[in-house]
Design a protein around this ligand. Structure first.
Ligand SMILES: CC(C)(COP(=O)(O)OP(=O)(O)OC[C@H]1O[C@@H](n2cnc3c(N)ncnc32)[C@H](O)[C@@H]1OP(=O)(O)O)[C@@H](O)C(=O)NCCC(=O)NCCS
Length: 146
């Protein structure tokens, strides 16, 4: 299976919206956006030159989405893989490809401490835990690359 990143196309938004509304994904990340909120959010980040937004493909088929973005002066990474494709090595490979594409450092990630797969996908790519914090959804770990 060949994992790659390509530019996001508007047609990708349907799967992206469905992924973020999937209860299994909500359980490890943030609450789902309404359709109107999602459409406004994706239009905003797609037009923001400080955001690097990519679609993850496996053998040419969209299987997820990944981006880096600024919060204040700090750059963060975020990503999703469609639930039916979990545990095939896609998330870890997508993080590896994104930190090759976006060479800015440091890059941070904020992950629920219970999100073992995400912590693992980051750690295998050199991210190290730098602090823990409490969120409304439970304890989070902040990891840093570079
Ligand atoms: C996090 C996520 C992207 C991982 O994607 P994935 O394609 O399943 O990841 P991988 O198959 O590359 O697995 C990454 C590592 O986690 C491990 N892993 C995956 N699922 C796991 C689970 N349920 N329990 C324990 N380990 C798990 C894998 O074995 C792998 O470990 P390795 O690097 O030692 O081989 C995916 O679970 C997802 O989309 N989750 C919802 C959104 C999300 O949490 N995004 C991140 C927010 S910070």
């Amino acid at each position: 299976m060949e994992i790659a990143l390509r530019l996001r196309e508007p047609a990708d938004d349907e799967l992206h919206f469905a992924m973020q509304a999937d209860p299994l994904q909500v359980a490890t990340t943030v609450p789902a956006r309404s359709r109107a909120d999602f459409d406004a959010w994706i239009a905003r980040i797609a037009a923001d030159p400080s955001v690097t937004l990519r679609t993850i493909t496996a053998d040419g088929e969209m299987v997820g989405t990944i981006n880096t973005f600024l919060i204040g002066e700090e750059r963060f990474i975020g990503y999703r893989v469609a639930t039916r494709h979990w545990r095939k090595g896609i998330g870890g490979e997508a993080v590896r490809l994104m930190v090759q594409l976006d060479v800015s450092r440091p890059i941070f990630a904020t992950v629920l401490a219970s999100n073992v797969a995400s912590v693992r996908a980051l750690s295998r790519n050199g991210f190290v835990p730098v602090r823990e914090q409490m969120s409304d959804d439970g304890p989070e770990v902040v990891l840093r690359l570079g």
